[in-house]
Design a protein around this ligand. Structure first.
Ligand code: NAP
Ligand code: GDD
Length: 322
């Protein structure tokens, strides 16, 4: 019989890649979707007719109980979140409600309705924040630098707590930044590649950014959803860092992205203090040794290929050539 999976955050970047992976593996895929007054399913256009959508919200306990009952899942992937770090200073309480307490609501629904379901929590390298060691690994202490990071630390520990308290198969993926042409436009990578395409299309001349010196370990989202799935195929649950083991600055990302379109970033990028954060995560660099050894996971796409594929996709979207 086909396995059944429930994905929260189905309409997001990772939700769309994970849904494709699970469909390819013969799963019956259910997705939790909150009500919206506008269309949010554009990332799912190619697979929409193979998915079962269930209305619900991480803020609403009853809807989560109903979703678990309807999907009766073997595996639950909790990808839903207020995922934009900068926004979390503007909406700290809301971010905590969704990203922290939302995890408890979902775990509680699973525990009460279908405790045998395996659970994946989308934990984040933002938990390392002001890093205590480099590279960061599973044993590195957390020091979150934003309401988002703090909420994700709670989500991490409540997942571990349901595992230890109730014997649930609950795992944390501590994922470092991962990107794709489907990345939300507010995140720096997509903001840059969209900006390059807009400049190339002569719709803009400048791109306003914040801190160009921040460094991130950027991988490809399509590779990272593989690691999520692998975690839930293990006999024992666990917590895993998922990263490339390479770090690059926002400035380097700009250099490669603008060069792909024959442009010099120094002529177009301007610094706007509005995009500088109250507290910054200066450097993230992950050590994915455990995921490689225990899950057999490897990232396939490197930094340059990732940046260039995102630029190419945005150029195509605006109908301009390199
Ligand atoms: P994303 O594109 O921003 O998607 C977030 C998803 O969460 C969307 O489907 C959104 O639905 C849904 N959502 C938000 N609030 C909700 C609520 N109250 N109830 C139900 N659904 C809600 O994020 P992503 O990049 O795919 O990331 C997936 C997860 O991984 C997130 O938890 C994120 O924090 C975490 N993470 C991401 C990265 C990364 O680099 N991408 C790294 C580490 C961890 P709408 O379409 O309705 O807005
Ligand atoms: N968004 C944005 N916009 N970031 C900028 C800008 C700008 O104009 N200019 C510089 N940056 C810097 C930010 O200050 C940060 O240091 C870095 O670029 C990356 O910012 P984001 O792309 O917004 O991602 P993030 O690292 O804060 O968070 C992402 O990765 C986390 C994992 O580490 C999100 O996907 C989180 O949900 C995820 O948990």
């Amino acid at each position: 019989m086909n396995k059944r999976a429930l994905i929260t955050g189905l309409t997001g970047q990772d939700g769309s890649y994970l849904a494709e992976l699970l469909l390819d593996r013969g799963y019956e895929v259910f997705g939790l979707m909150r009500r919206s007054s506008s269309e949010t399913t554009e990332r799912l256009d190619d697979i929409a007719d193979r998915l079962t959508i269930i209305g619900g919200d991480l803020l609403d306990q009853t809807s989560l109980m109903d979703a678990i009952e309807q999907a009766n899942p073997d595996e639950v992937y909790n990808l839903a979140a207020q995922s934009f770090v900068a926004e979390s200073w503007k909406e700290p309480v809301y971010t905590g409600d969704v990203d922290a307490l939302g995890v408890t609501r979902l775990l509680e629904a699973i525990k009460r309705v279908h405790p045998a379901a395996r659970f994946y929590q989308a934990s984040s390298s933002e938990m390392f924040g002001k890093v205590h060691e480099t590279p960061q690994r599973e044993t590195t202490p957390f020091h979150p630098r934003s309401p988002y990071g703090a909420a994700k630390v709670y989500g991490y520990y409540i997942t571990m707590n349901y595992r230890e308290s109730y014997g649930m198969h609950a795992s944390n993926g501590i994922l470092f930044n991962h990107e794709s042409p489907r990345r939300g436009i507010e995140f720096v990578t997509r903001k840059i590649t969209d900006g390059v395409a807009r400049i190339k299309a002569e719709l803009a001349t400048e791109l306003a950014l914040g801190n160009l010196d921040a460094q991130r370990d950027w991988g490809f989202a399509g590779d990272y959803v593989q690691a999520m799935w692998l975690m839930l195929q293990q006999e024992e649950p666990g917590d895993y860092v998922v990263a490339t083991g390479e770090t690059h600055s926002v400035r380097e990302f700009c250099e490669v992205a603008f060069a792909r379109a024959g442009l010099d970033y120094e002529k177009h990028v301007v610094i706007d203090p509005r995009f500088v954060r109250p507290a910054e995560v200066e450097l993230l660099l992950g050590d994915p040794s455990k995921a490689k050894a225990e899950l057999g996971w490897e990232p396939k796409m490197g930094f340059r290929e990732l940046v260039e594929s995102m630029v190419d996709a945005d150029l195509a979207r605006y109908g301009v050539a390199r």
